[in-house]
Design a binder for this molecule. Structure first.
Ligand code: NDP
Length: 481
């Protein structure tokens, strides 16, 4: 059984209190490793190490920091197969997805921000003949990064890369549910020559280490990705502490399909948007609105394709749909399928737990599920399920589609499928979401602002937004003469 360790001051350490929790493989339901359940003592040690390391790291030139980070990205690429297998085992996601999406993006994140920091410039504001202002952007100091379980190494690196590139020291907490690739990553940091204490990784639960990390007085900024309720809790416990907060939270994303779309391409992509990673991507389109003239045709083609999705052992190369991340999460998803039927919905395909034979007989598998016949305001269409469940509904006009799309507390992402240029721009403008994809989904340019509105979050990640978040602006005003 593999024992995961914390990474503090360049060393792999056991937690002070010697407390461990079980790490379960979702595809088998078996405990396969132990995770430190770190507490305040581990945090204090990490904060001391981070404070000590930060000044030296901030004073290291951008080029040198970038070179170390690029080396780390190269080492991730060299270990991509090993990391993809670890991610598939730890999370339950198909290994092909882990390799092509998660691990590919982990190294891309690090390389992107390594390069970005060498191009980062600040503003200057001339007051005609009187004075000139220029803005300095200094690192914040010690910052905290907390990430969820759905895209473990992908989202972990998405946060720590800009934090490190801009000269901060980081204390990071991956999800206790999927800690393995962050642990393997800590070993790769040692290999890449990341200076001791610049990055510290503490494993454990939200209450034992996540909470203390957010309220530690020496941690001046928190970048958090996770559920809306946890985000609200973080804003509550940090109120009055004047920390910078970036909160990337939940979603209930609409997909708007217009009658003039490219039919086949749209069906293919709407299936992908609903069910990739077993529907456990914050950007998944779980509310699908279809213009009435093509509703029946689209529904039929959509269901046919959903039925073809291959459910299987995440470690098999041709598996398209793996296990849900935990038993508790599987039960939550199944309870929403039950709720949808109580609310008057009809399950068109799926709806059940799947029992596979052999190695995965005790795994947490649920069929891709499509439901119709629900109102927009029912709980199934309002609450984030975060699993392989989507609903389909007809609409008649552009205005109705926009109203339905905007009819939840969330506002993370959306996709619009149409060949009408004017309509595409108008709908994009009216949708309340941080991200609108037109005739595509999850097409990502890392320079673009990423984040949500309403209960989906506060602040933006990505590109210069992330570098701005992890730096403090200081204006210097110089009077002429
Ligand atoms: P959670 O909010 O449960 O957890 C996220 C992280 O926060 C985990 O590391 C968790 O630790 C930790 N945590 C839990 N409680 C606290 C606390 N009180 N203080 C500090 N940290 C805490 O989310 P999930 O892991 O369940 O992830 C799923 C959610 O993430 C979904 O709502 C999804 O939409 C959202 N998400 C949003 C994205 C975005 O970009 N907007 C992207 C991806 C996911 P632990 O789990 O170890 O207890």
């Amino acid at each position: 059984m593999q024992i995961i360790k914390n990474y503090v001051n360049g060393q792999l350490l056991d937690p002070f209190a010697g407390q461990y929790i079980d790490n379960v493989e979702p595809a088998t339901g078996q405990v396969y490793s132990k995770i430190p359940n770190s507490d305040e003592h581990d945090l204090e040690q990490a904060v001391v190490a981070a404070e000590h390391a930060q000044k030296g790291w901030a004073n290291t030139s951008n080029e040198k920091r970038a070179a170390i980070l690029c080396r780390l990205a190269d080492i991730i690429d060299a270990n991509a197969d090993m990391l993809a297998e670890a991610e598939a085992i730890d999370n339950g996601k198909p290994i092909t997805l882990a390799k092509n999406v998660d691990i590919y993006r982990a190294s891309a994140n690090i390389r992107f921000f390594a390069q970005a920091i060498t191009q980062f410039s600040s503003e200057s504001h001339a007051m005609e003949v009187v004075a000139i202002n220029y803005t300095l952007r200094d690192p914040i100091g010690v910052v905290g990064c907390i990430s969820p379980w759905n895209l473990p190494l992908y989202l972990f690196t998405w946060k720590i890369a800009p934090a490190l590139a801009s000269g901060n020291a980081v204390i990071a907490k991956p999800s206790e549910i999927t800690p393995m690739t962050a642990f393997l990553f800590s070993k790769l940091c040692v290999e890449a020559g990341l200076p001791d204490g610049v990055l510290n990784i503490l494993h454990g639960t939200g209450p034992s280490i996540g909470g203390p990390l957010t309220t530690h007085p020496k941690i001046k900024a928190i970048s958090f990705t996770g559920g809306t309720a946890t985000g609200a809790q973080i804003t509550k416990v940090t109120a009055g502490m004047f920390k910078k907060l970036s909160l990337e939270l939940g979603g209930k994303n609409p997909t708007l399909v217009f009658a003039d779309c490219d039919f086949e391409d749209t069906v293919n992509n709407v299936v992908r948007a609903a069910f990739s990673n077993q529907g456990q991507i914050c950007l998944c389109g779980s509310r699908i609105y279809i213009e009435r003239p093509i509703y029946d045709k689209f529904k039929q083609a959509f269901i046919e394709q959903v039925k073809q999705i291959k459910i299987g052992d995440p470690l098999e190369a041709d598996t398209q749909h793996g296990a849900l991340v935990s038993k508790a999460h599987m039960e939550k998803v199944l309870s929403y399928i039950e709720l949808a039927q109580e609310e008057g919905g009809t399950v068109l395909t799926g709806g059940n737990q799947v029992t596979l034979e052999g190695r995965c007989e005790n795994g947490f598998f649920v069929e891709p599920t499509v439901i119709e016949g629900l109102t927009n305001h029912c709980r199934t269409n309002q609450e984030e399920i975060f699993g392989p469940v989507c609903t389909i509904m007809p609409f008649d006009t552009d205005d109705e589609a926009i109203m339905l799309a905007n009819g939840t507390e969330y506002g993370l992402a959306s996709s619009v499928w149409t060949n009408d240029l004017k309509r595409a721009h108008r709908v994009a403008k009216e949708i309340e979401a941080g991200i609108v994809w037109i005739n595509c989904w999850l097409l990502r340019d890392l320079r673009t602002p990423f984040g949500g509105v309403k209960s989906s979050g506060v602040g933006r990640e990505g590109g210069l937004e992330a570098l701005r978040f992890f730096t403090e602006a200081k204006n210097v005003c110089v009077k002429y003469g």
